[in-house]
Write a protein that binds this ligand. Structure first.
Ligand SMILES: [Zn+2]
Length: 119
């Protein structure tokens, strides 16, 4: 049983690839943001250092989130040709294409995801 048409798959693929590019750019930005603080630490005053540290920790968590998302995107790209791609890992029903379009890395249908989120 084929759920996704080649055209739909192509659409998802381009969503994934553009997500990948965005995330990679975010990671690069976060990297330069975390790098700057270490270099400037001795030359800035106390207040701006606190600021810089806050910015740094924000950049660190941004980076962590971006890294996790990027891993998911890469995993999804590999999974796309698998037979069970687009099917819910819980109830085995096809995941709605509209949901996949927003979140190609979704591994569960909305109903099961809701239940997982509540658990
Ligand atoms: Zn499900």
């Amino acid at each position: 049983m084929v759920q996704l048409t080649p055209k739909q798959k192509q659409e998802l693929l381009s969503v994934l690839l553009s997500n990948k590019t965005k995330l990679e750019q975010q990671l690069l930005d976060a990297e330069s943001a975390t790098g700057v603080v270490t270099l400037d630490q001795s030359s800035v005053g106390r207040v701006s250092r606190v600021d810089a540290m806050q910015q740094q920790s924000m950049a660190v968590s941004t980076r962590a989130i971006a890294e996790a998302s990027l891993r998911k995107v890469l995993k999804t790209l590999k999974r796309m040709d698998a037979e069970d791609f687009g099917y819910c890992g819980e109830c085995d029903k096809p995941i709605q294409f509209n949901r996949l379009k927003v979140q190609p890395q979704a591994s569960h249908c909305l109903k099961c995801q809701d239940q997982l989120d509540q658990a």
